[in-house]
Write a protein that binds this ligand. Structure first.
Ligand code: RBF
Length: 351
């Protein structure tokens, strides 16, 4: 009987101890295993198509670079197409899919669409680079100082139209062909371009033409030819995929193009004389990396400029050095230095 009691006690003890030991071992094993980071799923909404639009190409490139460096992050690109009336519906279905921790886009017109979609999806976070929208807890925006970017172009255009370069005529006239009008264009790019030109010579005028969409290269070429006929010898082109038409027409007529947003001298050496760029790949990479780490401040609208290193004029490209005379390049360097040092301040207006 005594023996039986001892066995019973031993059995009870064993039942109590074994799970404790096993659990402890399990716990130890769990602690030793690396903690897998929570998945972070990013959706890129492209308001248009990627190919041919410099800022959209950089948007995808910068996001993919950040995703590549973070194993827990994934990315999917959704092209919204050229029918702007469909964009809200497309962003809505992205949010409704609950597939994305973050929807990132790049467009000055998008904050209003994002704010509408946000109402129905209060968990959805949005980042819009190339836009300004303050105070919405689900939206963070980053605006480039495009007064500076366009001023670079206008200043170069002014120097070229006054020069003895083979394509320059005696008229003090620049051209500007754009896809459509919107506040960032009307309040930053157009005035910045005119200011830059008039800083060289107040008598310079700007012929301004609007295509009506972001893809019609034939219309861009027609408008460019018409501006050349009217005396323009240097043309700033801000029309996405349609830029090809501006370049083609200017090249055929021996005139010049100023390219916006990315370094594309190689597209038409000797025709593209200047590239005023935004370092969108760098900004997007930094912002997406911060978003993955949970370090983005939603509700904030930041402005980035030349001094901060996000807006620039490409003056070290061999094709610029080869095709733009040294005296013009020296004038450009002096002006860029003034902006970089803060001696010349070109403020971003309220959009
Ligand atoms: N830029 C492009 O390169 N391609 C586009 O398809 C395009 N679509 C746009 C649509 C709207 C409604 C707005 C406001 C801007 C668009 N942009 C596009 C312009 C782009 O955001 C930026 O302002 C310019 O590239 C100048 O930096």
């Amino acid at each position: 009987m005594k023996k039986c009691k001892a066995v019973l006690i031993a059995l009870v003890l064993l039942t109590l101890l074994v799970p404790t030991v096993l659990f402890a071992a399990g716990e130890k094993e769990e602690a030793a295993a690396p903690v897998a980071a929570k998945p972070f799923r990013i959706g890129i909404f492209v308001p248009g198509v990627v190919a041919g639009s410099p800022l959209y190409e950089q948007l995808v490139e910068g996001t993919e670079k950040a995703v590549h460096e973070n194993q827990n992050a994934t990315v999917k690109v959704v092209e919204g197409g050229f029918n702007q009336g469909e964009w809200q519906e497309k962003v809505t279905s992205m949010a409704a899919s609950l597939e994305y921790d973050l929807i990132i886009t790049s467009n000055p017109a998008l904050p209003f669409i994002l704010a509408e979609v946000a109402k129905s999806f209060p968990q959805q976070k949005f980042i819009n680079v190339d836009a300004f929208y303050e105070g919405h807890p689900q939206i963070a925006t980053y605006l480039y100082n495009q007064v500076e970017q366009a001023y670079f172009m206008g200043y170069l255009g002014g120097l070229v139209t006054k020069s003895k370069m083979s394509g320059a005529n005696s008229d003090l006239k620049l051209g500007m062909v754009v896809a459509q009008q919107y506040p960032a264009l009307d309040k930053m790019m157009r005035p910045g371009y005119e200011m830059g030109a008039k800083a060289v010579d107040p008598n310079i005028t700007v012929d301004f033409r609007v295509i009506g969409n972001w893809y019609d290269a034939n219309k861009a070429a027609d408008l460019t030819n018409s501006m050349i006929d009217a005396g323009a010898d240097v043309i700033l082109s801000i029309c996405g995929g349609a830029n090809q038409g501006t370049i083609k027409a200017a090249k055929e007529r021996g005139k010049y193009v100023l390219f916006f947003d990315s370094n594309e001298y190689k597209l038409a050496p000797g025709t593209i004389l200047g590239c005023g760029v935004l370092y969108q790949t760098k900004l997007v990479y930094e912002v997406v990396t911060a978003a993955i780490k949970g370090q983005v401040e939603y509700g904030k609208a930041k402005v980035v400029d030349t001094r901060a290193g996000y807006v620039d004029f490409i003056s070290d490209d061999p094709l610029y050095i080869q095709h733009v005379p040294a005296d013009i390049r020296a004038e450009m360097d002096k002006m860029i230095k003034k902006i970089k040092s803060g001696e010349l301040v070109l403020q971003v207006p309220k959009l």
